[in-house]
Structures are given as structure tokens and as C-alpha cells.
Design a protein around this ligand. Structure first.
Ligand SMILES: [Zn+2]
Length: 291
């Protein structure tokens, strides 16, 4: 039960009106921390890596650690490749054993986005045991290798969304609705909740077919997150916050304990801080107790 695709657990989430916390990790400590949080909360989990950490750590190494952790965990866990702009790299990660792959061809022209997304869908479905996420419209900010200026970000057209999902066959879908990667500059960012609701209604109004993904979770208030889940978000991505907590916690610890040379101690403090961030989001998203 432990190694799952994102689609399997998101179908249940969409049905039950909660969202799965999808946490971007850059190292083993973070991966263990989010798994511990999810086990503690009895929540289904999506572990994510963007392309750079996946290349740096090695996709085979990541998959091995994921499988080791997931096989002994009493909860379902998915390993997701986030925002790969390369069809080739998507295929390599599918071969390695990732269980969800995101092809982000959202910066391409509409037809090219469809072509590349469908290519990844066909490849992953032929292997089996892998679901695929596609994106339409663009999420502003910086996520690893994907950079989109705020004024260049385009929201997802709901009618195009339906056509995109039909023509590509994607298993889960990320519509751009005004959320952003990185840190929000204002306290109340302009998020188009109604657009998400409309897309959800059009795709899933007569039974859940294609669960929806919300990008750019870092910095959104609890109220925003709850509303996004209400409107149909079934996967909620948190990346930047985990990076900030890792760096701030490490920095604070070293500053306070400059005479100490005990790396294991830093790892423990960081792991605990990351675990708390993940646990907090799991509570907000309503996925606690759902595994
Ligand atoms: Zn994203």
C-alpha cells in the first residue's frame, strides 16, 4: 500500500475534500522529516524533487531511499518529479522509479505543450504505476530552472483546460490560477479561486476524473489554503518554505553553537523543524488521519 501514484491518493482526496501535502525536498534529512510528519499524522504523502536536486543526488539514489522509506511506512507515499521541462528527463525519472512525473511545457505554445505532455503520458502509461501531471497557463516566480516574470504569468483558460486534459490524457492537472513560486510580495496575493472552482466543475463536476494541483503553497495563509482545497485543489505544493526553514535553522544553530562540531546535531534540529512545517500543512490541508 505504501508505494503509490499521485493520482491514486488524489482521487480519494478530491472525493473527500482534502488535499495531499506535496513537499519539495533537497536532501535525505528533509525526505525523512516529511515522511515522519506524515506517519505521525497518518496522512498520505507526496515527496517531490525538482530537477536540480534529482540530478545532484541522483535519481536512482533518490528512488532507492524513497522505496526503503515507503515500504516500511504505514501510509501511502508517492515520489514526484516537479517541473521538468525536458521530456527526456521525465522519461529517465520514469525509468528510475518515480511514481509521478510533471512535464512542465507550460512555457511552450499551447499545441507544443499538448504534444510534449502527451509524449510523457504515453511513455509513463506504457511503463505503468506512474501518473503524469501537466500544467496550463504559467505560475510566476522561480522554481528551480523555471522562471516566469509576474507580468508574463498567464492564467489558465478553463475551456482550454478541458481540451488540454482530453488531448494529453494527463492524470492530474495544474491550472495556473495566480499562485506563485517563491515568496509572495504581498500578504493577500491575487489568487483566482473562482477560476479553480470553474475548472474543477468542468473537469470533475460529474465525478472526479482529473484531480487538480495547486502550486506555490509557501506563504499562503491558512484561509487561502482551505479555500483552494474547497475549490478543488487535491495536491498542494510547498517548496520554498522548506528551503528557508532548512537554511534558517542551520544558520541559527551554528551561530548559537559555534564551538560545537557535531553535524548529527544540526541534522536532528533541521529534521525536527522540517517535520513541524510538514505537520502544520497536513493539518491545514485536512489530510491528517486519511491514510
Ligand atoms: Zn510549482
Amino acid at each position: 500500500m505504501s508505494i503509490v501514484t499521485a493520482r491514486e491518493i488524489m482521487l480519494k482526496a478530491a472525493e473527500g475534500k482534502y488535499a495531499i501535502g506535496a513537499f519539495n525536498i533537497t536532501n535525505l534529512i528533509q525526505m525523512e522529516a516529511v515522511v515522519e510528519a506524515a506517519i505521525e499524522k497518518r496522512a498520505p504523502l507526496i515527496i517531490q524533487t525538482s530537477v536540480t536536486p534529482s540530478e545532484f543526488l541522483g535519481r536512482d539514489v533518490l528512488v532507492s531511499i524513497y522505496r526503503t522509506l515507503a515500504e516500511s511506512a504505514p501510509i501511502p507515499i508517492c515520489l514526484h518529479l516537479d517541473h521538468s521541462t525536458s521530456v527526456d528527463y521525465c522519461q529517465q525519472c520514469a525509468d528510475a522509479g518515480y511514481t509521478n512525473i510533471m512535464i512542465d511545457a507550460s512555457k511552450q505554445a499551447y499545441d507544443e505543450n499538448i504534444r510534449q505532455t502527451k509524449q510523457v503520458v504515453d511513455y509513463c502509461h506504457a511503463i505503468g504505476g506512474i501518473s503524469v501531471e501537466g500544467e496550463l497557463g504559467t505560475v510566476s516566480g522561480v522554481e528551480d530552472q523555471v522562471k516566469v516574470a509576474e507580468d508574463k504569468a498567464a492564467l489558465c483558460n478553463p475551456h482550454q483546460a478541458v481540451e488540454f486534459v482530453e488531448r494529453t490524457g494527463v492524470d492530474i492537472f495544474a491550472p495556473a490560477i495566480g499562485t506563485a513560486h517563491g515568496v509572495y510580495k504581498t500578504k493577500n496575493p491575487k489568487v483566482d479561486f473562482e477560476r479553480l472552482g470553474q475548472i474543477n466543475q468542468m473537469l470533475n463536476g460529474k465525478g472526479i476524473k482529473t484531480p487538480l494541483v495547486v502550486h506555490g503553497g509557501t506563504g499562503l495563509s491558512k484561509e487561502y489554503a482551505i479555500k483552494l482545497v474547497e475549490m478543488g485543489g487535491a495536491k498542494f505544493n510547498v517548496s520554498t518554505e522548506l528551503k528557508h526553514v532548512l537554511i534558517d535553522t542551520t544558520c541559527d544553530y551554528i551561530t548559537e553553537n559555534r564551538e560545537q562540531y557535531n553535524p548529527g546535531k544540526i541534522d536532528m534540529v533541521v529534521k525536527d523543524a522540517i517535520r513541524q512545517v510538514a505537520a502544520r500543512w497536513i493539518d491545514i490541508l485536512g489530510s491528517a488521519g486519511k491514510a
